[in-house]
Design a protein around this ligand. Structure first.
Ligand SMILES: Cc1cc2nc3c(=O)[nH]c(=O)nc-3n(C[C@H](O)[C@H](O)[C@H](O)COP(=O)(O)OP(=O)(O)OC[C@H]3O[C@@H](n4cnc5c(N)ncnc54)[C@H](O)[C@@H]3O)c2cc1C
Ligand code: SF4
Ligand code: SF4
Ligand code: SF4
Length: 348
């Protein structure tokens, strides 16, 4: 925890000194979304002050990297009584799920669970839109935060881009420009931590409007230039327009379109391309989401899914009962595997 010694209000300089200059920024976009006067913009993924700061304190109070110890927040989010798994956080139920719609599953990263939940929430009127990570139409595989308000837009964002996406910039658009009042947010654990930080700041509009958070499991993200341009395009000779899928299963797996086999990059080689903002991150399983989803622990085209909040569990059960998901219990061996994957992050 960064201690504030003086009673004087602290502004952007506090965030800059403690997070940005010290290399801890994970480019989540929360500070840009939180600033009420639009004084922060992420430029080349770096938060930059673009007008005078009025020291309202919301940016640094909303930043997930201003605190290292999240343990007090579990009780605030899930209640004092909630049982917490040391590696996987608080959850009510663990499922193995896959989207019953094969056409979506084929396009998805794993079981197409994230896409199914968003489409279901939209079509049942629970949300007006979702803050997600799409793809820049002019730059293949470059993540682009977006507000999706149609089934088509949600489906356009399937698959994982393992490089930075400042998703919460799109929360600013959803709230301030589109004036949406019921929003789902998808993101890596740092995005979901940021939503909780915003709720507690307190940013009341975020607290009221974000009605569902879907967190992804996450070990790390990579720098776009080093992974996508230098390695995949430069060395492996796969133009990004011809890249069908990237995956991480013990190795980085690169699937060119039309190829039967993946090209493999050892994770030891990829260590140098890890984004510096990921170092020291201790959350693997998106501990503060309503629903957490990942590929580890289940076979291909299934997802491991943790229902954490009551509202998250209600939605999943509703979807299982409606036949939207194929469903199995997540076995204890899978949970054990997830705990082992999470362990190095937690002890980092
Ligand atoms: C950077 C990153 C690292 C991950 N690391 C792991 C891991 O170590 N172990 C593991 O089990 N799972 C990991 N995952 C999660 C996994 O890759 C899948 O996202 C998850 O299983 C959901 O699959 P799905 O088929 O349900 O998703 P889909 O239905 O295909 O939907 C994917 C969703 O992911 C979002 N998305 C894509 N790229 C990004 C991004 N860069 N940042 C934020 N959101 C994004 C999109 O908004 C989309 O809605 C990681 C995901 C990301 C993005
Ligand atoms: S959020 Fe408040 S403290 Fe931060 S830059 Fe904007 S005005 Fe300054
Ligand atoms: S981690 Fe997020 S909130 Fe913190 S400085 Fe970076 S972009 Fe802003
Ligand atoms: S490891 Fe994942 S959750 Fe942690 S900072 Fe990096 S992208 Fe965010």
């Amino acid at each position: 925890m960064v201690i504030q010694l003086s009673k004087e209000k602290l502004g952007f300089e506090h965030l800059e000194a403690n997070v940005i200059v010290s290399g801890k920024c994970c480019s989540c976009g929360s500070c840009e979304a939180a600033c009420p006067i639009g004084a922060i913009e992420l430029q080349n993924l770096q938060p930059t002050l673009v007008k005078d700061c009025t020291k309202c304190e919301f940016c640094w109070k909303s930043c997930p990297r201003m605190i290292d110890d999240y343990s007090p927040i579990y009780a605030q989010v899930f209640g004092e009584e909630a049982q917490r798994d040391p590696a996987l956080g608080v959850y009510r139920h663990a499922y193995a799920l896959r989207n019953a719609d094969e056409s979506i599953r084929k396009r998805a990263q794993d079981g197409g669970v994230v896409t199914a939940i968003l489409v279901h929430l939209l079509e049942s009127g629970v949300i007006e839109g979702a803050v997600i990570s799409g793809v820049d139409p002019n730059e293949p595989w470059k993540p682009k935060p977006m507000v999706a308000t149609t089934r088509k837009e949600i489906i356009s964002a399937t698959k994982s881009r393992y490089t930075r996406s400042p998703n919460l910039i799109a929360l600013k658009e959803a709230l301030k420009e589109r004036k949406l009042k019921q929003i789902a947010v998808v993101g890596t654990p740092c995005h979901i931590q940021a939503i909780q930080r915003m709720r507690l700041a307190p940013l009341k509009k975020v607290d009221r409007s974000v009605v569902m958070t879907i967190g992804l499991f996450c070990s790390e993200t990579f720098k776009f230039k080093e992974l996508m341009e230098d390695k995949i395009v430069g060395e492996l000779n796969v133009p990004l327009e011809n890249l069908r899928k990237l995956d991480i299963k013990g190795k980085l797996l690169v699937y060119p379109r039309g190829a039967k086999e993946s090209l493999k990059i050892p994770l030891s080689e990829a260590q140098d391309w890890i984004d510096p903002g990921c170092h020291g991150c201790k959350d693997f399983a998106s501990d503060f989401a309503d629903i957490s989803v990942g590929g580890a622990g289940t076979p291909g085209k299934w997802s491991s899914v943790l229902a954490r909040s009551e509202r998250g569990q209600v939605v999943l059960e509703e979807m299982i009962n409606a036949g939207i998901f194929l469903y199995e219990e997540l076995p204890e061996e899978s949970l054990e595997r997830l705990r082992k994957i999470a362990a190095p992050k937690i002890s980092s």
